[in-house]
Design a protein around this ligand. Structure first.
Ligand SMILES: [Zn+2]
Ligand SMILES: [Zn+2]
Length: 473
């Protein structure tokens, strides 16, 4: 689910809202483009309570009925914000095996992980609105003074480590295979992001004669989610006063979305993390509140290519794969391993180190992105670098995928190039230790071919429709 974040434009004060994954926001009122900074830590947001007195009254009446306390008196009513960890990412699972008919199986499954769980300690308050009505929910950046005007903030006691563990435990859910005998399975959570959402609820204390009950009322849906005894609530209060977990939260602010070198506006692709100035061709990434230059290289298209070229970014890194005393180090080793070019004579350029190629542009279709990565990596292309002075004429796409996500793709990519019908190779991968180094950005030339864009050096294609942005505009 994609939630929307809402804030005030720092330039003109208008209310602006944008997809939570945005890195760049554009204000329709004053026309300024701004880059969100400080995203590196754990982002904190909150949902504002929605006051609907009629529904609240009805919910309380229903709650009283449920608690068998029609004659109860409300003697305390207080708003709280309960913190929830939210984990988002992409799960990849490779399976090699055989089915009941004895056919060999090589299958890649993917799923979006989007999971929330309480970051407070104690009883589950059942604030389910978080999962049920995402479209209607607006998130606001955490603001202690605004929030404490409305209610009390419950502390985060579940640590970041616990959130990571929890995320990992959720990766396998929904990806299990039936009727397959698995020889080799690999599951990885990629591009995972952790955040905290504070969700509002009303604590409503009822007295029924000498007894009391506590209604937990979801302050967005205006629904009673739990009825607690006085003791249960007191236990919650005690747990809430425990030492909070130390989490490095992000400090969000905005900077102007302009090239620090030449002052021109950068291309407005809302989800990119590295932006290339189309005027001076420098690449920028925000770190600690400023744009920092990102070194990169570009591969020269083949001589004589008579077509317009667009450059797509790839994260490229060297890889060494060791298993059972054997190590794959060179392009030639990789060709032998993948059985891709069995009759191809080894030439001098094949002694280069193995390079893995992970597309870094925004690609909507995950399996298309993996295919492109696989095909370019299998090819281990030799290429020459674009001379500096020629970079000025190139059209570079921005970078969407963070480098950390690219490096966690390495294991998945290794499985992708492992042959389906070769148990030896699969056993090799099972024990493999992958060490990667020299991660860098490389822009790679593509040209247009009907519904595809095709890589100009080894001919690997990807459908235009698989891309999140229109490359050929
Ligand atoms: Zn504005
Ligand atoms: Zn510039």
């Amino acid at each position: 689910m994609d939630l929307f974040l809402s804030t005030r434009c720092p330039q003109c004060g208008a209310d602006i809202s944008f997809e939570e994954e945005s890195t760049v926001v554009y204000c329709n009122y004053c026309g300024s483009a701004l880059h969100i900074t400080g995203r590196s830590g754990v982002l904190r947001t909150y949902v504002a309570p929605r006051k609907d007195v009629q529904r609240m009254k009805k919910a309380i009446r229903d709650g009283m009925k449920q608690a068998n306390a029609k004659a109860a008196v409300v003697n305390e009513k207080k708003l709280f914000f309960a913190p929830y960890w939210r984990i988002k990412g992409m799960v990849f699972r490779w399976i090699f095996g055989s089915n009941v008919q004895g056919e060999t199986i090589k299958d890649l499954k993917t799923k979006h992980l989007d999971h929330t769980f309480p970051a407070y300690d104690g009883i589950n308050l059942g604030l389910r609105s978080l999962g049920i009505r995402p479209g209607a929910l607006k998130l606001l950046f955490f603001d202690r003074s605004e929030m404490t005007k409305m209610g009390s903030i419950i502390k985060v006691v579940r640590t970041f480590k616990e959130a990571v563990k929890h995320g990992e435990s959720m990766t396998g859910v929904g990806l299990d295979e039936t009727g397959i005998q698995v020889h080799l399975g690999r599951t990885r959570l990629i591009g995972e992001r952790y955040s905290i959402i504070y969700f509002p609820f009303w604590m409503i204390k009822l007295s029924i004669g000498k007894e009391s009950r506590v209604l937990i009322l979801d302050a967005v849906a205006n629904r009673v989610t739990r009825i607690l005894t006085q003791e249960q609530w007191e236990e919650m209060v005690v747990k809430a006063t425990k030492q909070p977990a130390r989490v490095s939260f992000s400090k969000v602010s905005f900077i102007s979305f302009k090239c620090p070198n030449c002052g021109w506006e950068l291309p407005l692709n809302r989800f990119d993390i590295i932006h290339v100035c189309s005027t001076c061709q420098r690449a920028w990434m925000e770190r600690g509140g400023d744009f920092k230059p990102v070194p990169f290289e570009a591969a020269a298209p083949p001589k004589g290519l008579n077509q317009d070229v667009v450059y797509l970014p790839f994260w490229v890194f060297q890889a060494e794969i060791s298993s059972n005393g054997q190590t794959l180090k060179t392009a030639a080793d990789l060709y032998r391993f993948s059985l891709m070019f069995p009759t191809r004579p080894i030439n001098s350029t094949d002694r280069r180190a193995i390079r893995f190629y992970v597309p870094a542009a925004a690609i909507r279709n995950i399996s298309a992105a993996n295919k492109l990565a696989t095909r370019v990596t299998q090819n281990q292309p030799a290429f020459s670098r674009m001379p500096r002075e020629e970079l000025l004429d190139c059209k570079f796409m921005g970078v969407f995928l963070p480098p950390k996500a690219a490096s966690s793709m390495a294991d998945i990519l290794l499985c992708s190039i492992t042959p389906r019908n070769n148990r030896n190779r699969q056993d090799f991968v099972k024990q493999a230790d992958l060490s990667i180094s020299k991660m860098h950005l490389l822009w790679w030339p593509f040209y247009e071919q009907r519904l595809f864009i095709r890589d100009a050096l080894c001919g690997c294609g990807i459908q235009k429709g698989a891309m999140s942005v229109n490359v050929w505009k």
